[in-house]
Design a binder for this molecule. Structure first.
Ligand code: DAH
Length: 342
């Protein structure tokens, strides 16, 4: 028994002072201690010669020793494998990490959100309508009856199954839907996609986005329209931008106007974007035509209102100096990832 105890002690010391730092030395250790002809097996065999009354104690000692050898082997294995991994991958902790790609908003969405938030601060709320419209909401109710020459101002996609259906050519159709509900006063902006049968080029597309505005109440005047749009331009483009109104014609407003701002590219000096005029047109507007109010069941003697409509692509092109409208719908990431604003 004493012999067994001292052997175990000796082995333990040996094991503890052994250095295992490679796969080869690990395997050497395994064969020497844990192999079929290893020391653990042979020392276990010595149980046979232990007297019966000491067998229990000897069994315990041997078991403890077995656990000791096995756990030493296990931790040595982890150590060697870990080191090997480091060597293989040549881990360099000073290298910069892999960055996670973060998406960005579409420039049209950025500008859309900005426009919407400016009008929301003035008390306008958002209204939306369908992209597939009927003739009444897109044309007739807006004072564009059948055969009206101004219908040709917008080339329309009709839906072949039903001659009364079409893809809306402007978001002015949403004005009509909201006025028909009869909840006055009304102060809304209507963002949405519109469609026109145009040849696609750098300046025109068969679909694009508009924002329509409408304010109907008692005693609304052209001065209110001008102040609202002045505020919008200053918030959108900054206080230095100049504004001018030009008389124009839309069947659904009377009087009608178009609003220009001083060219953001050349600051009014004259360049190719403003066609050397120093001004660029950004929206159409006017006082809602009494006929349009009446078409929606609104008493035009009691109520007046103004409306305006602008193309989001146009404003985005001016804001970011984008020269080709087609870029907005091509989804080329090299273009889109340049717009990082929230
Ligand atoms: N609907 C017009 C267009 O698509 C834009 C427009 C002009 C809207 C004048 C209006 C307005 O509400 O008053 O060209």
């Amino acid at each position: 028994m004493d012999q067994l105890i001292s052997k175990i002690e000796q082995y333990k010391n040996e094991i503890q002072s052994s250095t295992i730092n490679s796969k080869a030395s690990l395997e050497e250790f395994r064969i020497k201690y844990l192999g079929t002809k290893g020391l653990l097996k042979s020392i276990m065999g010595e149980m046979k010669s232990v007297p019966v009354d000491q067998k229990k104690e000897a069994g315990q000692l041997l078991n403890e020793f077995k656990v000791f050898v096995e756990s030493f082997y296990e931790s040595a294995t982890h150590l060697v494998e870990g080191e090997q991994l480091n060597e293989e991958s040549q881990l360099d902790v000073s290298l910069p990490g892999h960055s996670i790609p973060i998406g960005s908003r579409h420039p049209i969405s950025i500008v859309h959100n900005k426009i919407v938030s400016i009008f929301q601060r003035l008390g306008f709320s958002i209204a939306e309508g369908p992209e597939i419209e009927d003739d009444w909401h897109n044309f007739t109710a807006l004072n564009l009856p059948e055969n009206h020459p101004a219908r040709d101002m917008q080339d329309t996609f009709y839906i072949s199954q039903n001659p009364d259906w079409l893809l809306r050519t402007h978001t002015s159709s949403v004005q009509i839907r909201e006025m028909e509900k009869g909840n006055l006063p009304l102060r809304i902006i209507c963002p949405g996609r519109v469609f026109r049968n145009e040849t696609i080029s750098a300046r025109a597309h068969c679909f694009f986005n508009q924002i329509e505005g409408l304010y109907i109440a008692e005693n609304v005047s052209f001065a209110d329209l001008k102040q609202t749009l002045y505020f919008f331009v200053k918030e959108m483009f900054g206080v230095d931008v100049k504004v001018r109104f030009r008389p124009s014609y839309f069947p659904f407003t009377e009087p009608s106007a178009e609003m220009d701002i001083s060219c953001l590219i050349c600051g009014g000096e004259g360049c190719s974007v403003c066609k050397r005029t120093g001004w660029v047109e950004i929206l159409g507007c006017g006082m809602v035509h009494p006929k349009v109010l009446e078409n929606c069941g609104i008493d035009s003697k009691k109520y007046t209102g103004f409306a305006f409509g602008m193309g989001i692509e146009r404003i985005t092109m001016l804001t970011y100096q984008v020269k080709d409208l087609r870029l907005f719908s091509e989804n080329d990431q090299r273009f889109l990832k340049q717009f990082t604003q929230a």
